[in-house]
Write a protein that binds this ligand. Sequence first.
Ligand code: BES
Ligand code: MN
Ligand code: ZN
Length: 514
Amino acid sequence: MVAVAPDAVGPRVGPQTSVAGRSGSLVPVLRETGDADLVAVSVRKAGKSVVADRHGDQVAAAYGVDLAAVFEAERVRGGVGEIVRVPVLAPVGLPRRFLLVGIGDGTPKDLRRAAAALGRSARGRHHLVTTLGDSSSADGARAVVEGLILGAYTPPSAGLKSRAESSPAAQVTLVGNHPESGLDRGRAHARATVLARDLAETPANLKSPAWLAAQAAELGAAAGLEVRIWTEAQLIEEGFGGLVAVGSGSATPPRFVRIDYRPEGVRARRPIVLVGKGITFDTGGISIKPRTSMVTMKTDMSGAAAVLATLLACPEVGVRRPVTGLLPLAENAFGGDAYRPSDVITTYGGQTVEVLNTDAEGRMVLADALGYAVRHLDPETIVDIATLTGAASVGLGKRHGALFATEDRLATALTQAGADSGEQLWRMPLVEDYRPVLDSAVADLRNVTGRGAVTSGGGSIVAALFLREFTAGRRWAHLDIAGPARSEREEYEVTKGATGFGTRLLIRWLESLR
Ligand code: BES
Ligand code: MN
Ligand code: ZN
């Protein structure tokens, strides 16, 4: 039984910071606001020197500070994310802290990173007032909101200890000209990412498949989406062999969740189907993982979290296509009923799989979900997202997701959405010559490369080739996010632990579709 009340830790409703735009100039806004305890103006490179934004001199004058002297004394460069604290004796009515934040060239990417650094510096403060992103594009404004909220993110801590010193500022006021459409999108993208992080950060003793399915039902209903949940008995009855096999070794049984977004007032189209790997904890099963590599495996449902958060954002950002999310949820454990190496499993679509490694469980549950999509949804495009292989992060490191796609246009669109959202993808090949390593003597496929195969290595490619067998030739892309789904350290908008990777890029891609 769980030792902590399920409400004690778990996703919050929305980010910890509310961000509002205000037109006008800085000093009057500060005086009106009254409760601001931190003010920040931006500085950027200008050739060899550095300049403050158009509000800089005004606020410096109000504090009696000579900015040019500060630039020189502190060697201010205006580099992205550079934070310089200007010591001030604040006159009555002005915040006690004054920061300069570097924005580099001021591109959306630079602004997102600068905002993240500023959001982090504002942890423990109450109300930050800043001109960051003043007079930039809608994309710039969106990036500022994303950076402010995501850079300051802290995981839900159940109130177990006082976190006030390290909590994000409750309120941020952006002074100047920030297109409202950009602020709205930024809030939506940040909120979705925060939810994905919160879900992945939730410990696995609380986050059973049933719990995660219940979150989807509750949040989905609140967003006006249709949500259907399959119990274990229904999964057995309907032939979800991969999901049932993987979940069979756990005391908390598997679930399958389908979430439908159907926009009104747009012409009927075949749906986009998003599939997210939802392993609530991956021990490896009987092919058990080494002690150290198991510790982080509560985040092995990061793909499912990204898909759920994306579906929830669809009504808010006004996606014009029907979208269906599929979440195969299971814990990969090793009880007496666990599936074992050498078992032959019949997947939802009828193909049989010889299991040679129970730690290759992600592809087993995804096989069923892909089979379900093909049989029932007539998808226009399928995109799956999964923390699938350590090999993907060996190849690309921790800041790029591996992208596989059946079609160049789809690959290009996803790569662009990644670049624009700050969640980068790199395309990998579906190498036809490697496909025979998945041939089995006793089933249609084996779930991992066989011993003595001509080709070894290429683990993320082999996993992608396995998944492709279940897509029935549909337009399909696969995102292997084993690397970027979590981070060991804070870096700009990425925080330590679960990153919510993929959420913003998926929403952005869907927004771009006509
Ligand atoms: N969840 C893991 C992949 C993973 C590894 C995610 C490290 C994040 C960080 C996946 O289920 C797994 O165990 N994959 C195996 C596949 C192998 C058995 C073919 C792996 O990568 O070793
Ligand atoms: Mn595994
Ligand atoms: Zn896994």
